[in-house]
Structures are given as C-alpha cells and as structure tokens.
Design a binder for this molecule. Structure first.
Ligand SMILES: NC(=O)c1ccc[n+]([C@@H]2O[C@H](COP(=O)([O-])OP(=O)(O)OC[C@H]3O[C@@H](n4cnc5c(N)ncnc54)[C@H](OP(=O)(O)O)[C@@H]3O)[C@@H](O)[C@H]2O)c1
Length: 448
C-alpha cells in the first residue's frame, strides 16, 4: 500500500518535469524549423493585388519555353509591410529558372504555378516599407537577387516586392541591364569563396574555375583575379572563347573538347565547379590534399522528362569520404563543400561597387525585351551563352529597340548591349521625374 502511494506520488512529481521538457522541445523545434528553410525559400509570398495589373512573363504549366506567355494584365504583388515595391527595368536569366520551369515533379508549394520566372533584377524604388527609417528612398536605383522557391513571383515582371535585406544601390555609372546581370551568379561566387573552410582568402592561390565562359564562371574568374588576387586562374571552355576569357583575367584556358584538364593541371588550391555532374571526380585529382572542392550543384542543361541529370551517389560518396578522412587526419584529402546561393544585400552591394569601379566587367552576351523571354530562354538552354542573357523591360525602351532593329543588318546579337545601354539611360532620365506619381499610385495598394 505504501509502495503504491510512493510510486504514484513520484510519477505525479515527474509529470510537470516531463511536460516542461516537452514544451521546451516543441518551442525549440518550432523555432528551428523556419531557420532550416533556406533564405532562398519564401515562406509567405506577397498577395496578388485585386485590381492593379502589370506586364509579366508567366507560365501556367511546366514545360519547355513555349509554355511562357507574355501577360499584360497580370496582378501586381502587394508588398508586405517590410518590403519595397520595385519597378523592374532589367532582369537576368539563370539555368535554375528553366530547371524549375521544366520539372513537372516539383510540388506546387515549392514552385507554385502560375509562376513568373526570374530571380535577378535591377530597377527603381516606387514604394518604401511602412516603417519611417527605411534604408532606400523612392527613386533610388537598386538591384537584388530575390528568393525563388515557394513563391509564384519572379523578376520578369514590371513590378516586384523585395525585402530591404536583399537590396543594394546602383552607382551613377551602372545601367540597369549591367546591374541585373550578375546578381545570382555573382552572389554564388562570393558565397562559394566565403564558405571555404578555415580560409576565405584566395590571395596567392591557384584556382580552377570550370565553365569559365558561363554566368558563374565569367564572374568567378574576374572576382578571383581582380578582387581576391588569386595568383593563377585556370578555366575550362571551348577554344573560340579562350581569348575572351584571358581578357577577363584567366591565366590558362583548357579546351575541354580536345584536352583533359586533369592531365595538365596539378596542385591546385581550389576548384569552383558549376559542372559537377561532369567534372567532379576528375577535379578532385587536380587539388592539393589540403585544397578545397566547391560543388556549385550544377546539373546538365539538357535533361530527360524534366529530371535534371546530376551526379547522384558520386557526390554523396565524395562528400562523406572527404569529411571522414579529414576528421581522422586533417588535410589528408581535399575538403568538400557545396554552395546554395542566397539573397544578400550586403554582398550584392560589393558586386555593384566592383562593377561601378570597373574592376568587374558585366559580360552580357545577348539582350532581349521582356516579351521575348521565351526566345531568350531557348538561347540559354542551348548551354552556349557567353556570360549573361538579360531582359530589358518597359515600353519606351522596347520602342527604341524596335527602331534600332529596323536598321539592323543582322549581326549575331539579338540586340546589341550598347543599344540597350543607350535606351536604358533614356529610361533612367525619364524615371527621375516619375517616382512621386508612382508612389502615390502604389500607396493606395498598401492601404488596401
Ligand atoms: N548551387 C547554386 O546555388 C547555383 C548557382 C548558380 C548556378 N548553379 C548551376 O551552375 C551551372 C552553371 O550555371 P551558369 O549560370 O554558369 O550557366 P551558363 O551561363 O548557362 O553556362 C554556359 C556556359 O557553359 C559552358 N560549358 C558548357 N559545357 C561545358 C563543358 N563541358 N566544359 C566547360 N564549359 C562548358 C559553355 O561554354 P562553351 O560554349 O565554351 O562550351 C557556356 O559558356 C548550372 O547548372 C546552374 O544551375 C548553381
């Protein structure tokens, strides 16, 4: 009898402790779950405006570029209380856009349709957040990478809602197409190099950048050579692009069609690999045992049934092997890291400042009008772009472009970058007069 009493009284004493521990666990899990969601995922995307519309590129179903439609009556986003409304003047294309668009297996909460593609943008602030101490003002020229998972909103539209933490300001000599060009790929490079374990400096080091002629590669070569002062930058590309890559700062260009880089390069400190599905194992061979392999998590441009062709188990095996071997004996084998790019206003500012100072040259292969985005993606999806493919937005610029196209005798470029820059500057002048009226127009959106 007395034993029973003792056990029931001790269990009643334990109950509050168990409840307290459970409550703490629930709080910890509830707090940490959102922290685990990458910043590239927008958990609460802006709502659609019930009556205000805008021009936007949109797809309703997954598929090839033919699913893209130019909708001039698409709802505008209503910025959240802490967000800015930006009138977009230029946006850039990235492979992640079309990989997302082509893949019919992505759950709708991860990539909702109807979807506006695009994550890179430059434009002008037309509405500031409700708080009085906002960092940017109406009329400021800004650029950003915005989150591209979990949201139906993208930058290939006349307006986009953007968090303050993702924005950076353009210097006076940068135009919108240049400023938009290297948002996602530039941030990928900054974050790749910042993530190098133990050492974020490339000064005096030997670096191999794969696919040097692409959006990631053309920025990485310049950043490594002119900002981080790498001693030697080697890159892989097709032969016709070698001279252009040397102008950007590459010391050595390996023609991947006729040469094997692993037979030529030795004792490299870092490999930045946007082509890991093809080059991962061979890249590990050219590194010193204490070197760094940075997997940019690339997958093939062409893939079957919407499924990306990546590296699968090879990557996991290499990653685990590197961790285990380096744990047992530090620097016994190359260190292995991944990068998943995130929006970051401070780093975006570094990119814009480097372009403004002339240390980094925006490499724009082709420019198209927003309404021609399907054609622009068809070009990007061939996998041969040299630098970036950029869209310019707006009727006035488009008008100037079609006038220019009438005089065009048919060069390779769809529209020359210089022509867009000239029109772009015209657009900037016209915006100097516009912001106040645009603000008035959008203030009522906030009120609703
Ligand atoms: N994890 C992340 O956060 C992240 C961020 C950015 C990009 N990525 C991924 O990284 C990859 C590259 O992106 P990107 O924007 O640089 O692509 P991109 O601009 O479309 O790259 C095109 C370039 O790739 C070059 N190329 C094609 N095959 C090659 C080969 N076998 N060897 C060397 N170069 C080759 C082409 O040059 P040639 O004409 O000379 O062949 C072309 O100039 C994509 O898969 C993308 O999804 C991931």
């Amino acid at each position: 009898m007395s034993t029973k009493k003792t056990s029931s009284s001790s269990s009643s004493k334990l109950l509050p402790a168990v409840l307290a521990i459970c409550s703490v666990l629930v709080v910890v899990v509830a707090w940490s779950l959102p922290q685990m969601i990458p910043p590239l995922f927008d958990l609460h995307p802006p709502r659609a405006h019930p009556s205000k519309t805008m021009a936007a590129m949109v797809y309703q179903t997954h598929g090839d570029p033919s699913v893209l439609e130019y909708d001039t009556q698409h709802p505008q986003p209503i910025p959240k209380a802490h967000q800015y409304l930006i009138q977009v003047h230029a946006s850039a294309l990235n492979p992640c856009d079309f990989k997302q668009r082509r893949n019919p297996h992505i759950p709708n909460f991860v990539s909702p349709v109807p979807r506006i593609p695009g994550a890179d943008m430059a434009g002008v602030v037309v509405q500031t957040p409700q708080s009085s101490n906002s960092k940017f003002l109406v009329g400021d020229r800004v650029a950003a990478l915005i989150p591209y998972w979990g949201t139906p909103w993208g930058t290939m539209a006349d307006y986009v809602a953007v968090d303050e933490a993702h924005l950076a300001k353009l210097g006076p000599s940068l135009n919108y197409t240049e400023a938009a060009s290297y948002a996602l790929t530039g941030l990928t490079v900054l974050q790749s190099f910042a993530n190098l374990e133990h050492d974020d400096s490339l000064q005096g080091k030997k670096l191999l950048v794969h696919a040097g002629a692409g959006g990631v590669g053309s920025f990485a070569i310049q950043w490594a050579k002119h900002i981080l002062q790498s001693a030697h930058v080697a890159t892989t590309a097709s032969a016709p692009k070698a001279e252009f890559l040397k102008e950007l700062g590459a010391d050595q260009v390996i023609d991947y069609r006729t040469e094997k880089f692993e037979e030529i390069l030795l004792d490299y400190d870092v490999v930045l690999d946007p082509m890991s599905w093809l080059y991962e194992d061979r890249s590990l061979q050219v590194l010193t045992s204490g070197g760094h392999y940075v997997n940019v998590v690339g997958s093939d441009w062409a893939f079957d049934d919407g499924i990306e062709r990546g590296n699968g188990p090879t990557t996991l095996i290499n990653f685990i092997t590197s961790k285990v071997r380096n744990f047992i004996q530090p620097n016994s084998t190359p260190k292995y890291g991944f990068v998943g790019v995130s929006p970051n206003g401070a780093q975006m500012q570094q990119i814009l400042d480097a372009m403004e100072s002339g240390k980094i040259r925006p490499v724009i292969d082709r420019t198209y009008h927003l309404s021609e985005a399907a054609e622009a993606y068809r070009y990007l999806e061939e996998g041969r772009a040299k630098g970036k493919v950029v869209l310019y937005h707006g009727e006035m610029v488009k008008q100037q472009q079609s006038n220019a196209a009438e005089d065009d005798t048919g060069g390779e470029e769809k529209v020359s970058h210089e022509e867009v820059v000239a029109a772009d500057e015209g657009a900037e002048e016209s915006h100097e007069e516009k912001p106040q009226s645009a603000t008035a127009e959008h203030a009522e959106v906030q009120a609703e």
